[in-house]
Design a binder for this molecule. Sequence first.
Ligand code: ADP
Ligand code: MG
Length: 237
Amino acid sequence: MTLPLVNPLLAIRHLRKSYAIPEGGRHLVVAVDHFDLAAGAEVGLRGESGSGKTTLLNLIAGILTPDAGTITLAEQPISALPEAARDRLRARTLGYIFQTFNLLPGYTCLENVLLGMSFGPGPDRAHAVGLLRRMGLEQRLNYYPRQLSTGQQQRVAVARALANRPRLVLADEPTGNLDHRNAAEALALIREICREHGAALLFVSHDREVLAQFPHVADLAQLRPPETIAGQPEGRA
Ligand code: ADP
Ligand code: MG
């Protein structure tokens, strides 16, 4: 992780993201000077609750724009692209398992996965059904998210994230709402499919037990440059 990579799949440089706080001034939520992820790598990213994990993933996905710094994904500057190009790059390159799943409530399991595909290479029903079957959801293809348990919804979200055969999978505490057994199974399945597709996996969690299963774990607090650790909300960051 500390050696510079040649053409990393993901490269973050001098990244800063702050939010205005109600009392005035700004709170610097993300400060990462240097982070590289190689193609096919499996990395856990640890951070306490509120430490900026979700914000960082949203920056990588181009859902949020940084105050400063660059994020390069598959050799393209996602943080600097115009919106349409950013959406295309995201659809082609990224699978994002959101912390809150973000399934569309008016669509069935299968439709949720097919819709995700329509922004990428196009809907492939056989592939979508195959993935959902693998997630143990073959009897639930036509169920709506509200008709599913949390664990089942989470598996639909995983299938949707993996459906476009992304080069990078971002997973935001996807096992956080699951019991121990379901969490272990979900993690194993995510890793297995990422490996099969040669996808890199950046798996964010605050759970040391979950992260202990990763060969590499980075710590968000340790990625933070010392001069940005004020502890308190900053002035204009
Ligand atoms: P984590 O995922 O590590 O729990 P988040 O990235 O969700 O942390 O949030 C990090 C910090 O940023 C929190 O203190 C949160 O209150 C703040 N934050 C997140 N989103 C916003 C926002 N849209 N506006 C203001 N503050 C925000
Ligand atoms: Mg979060």
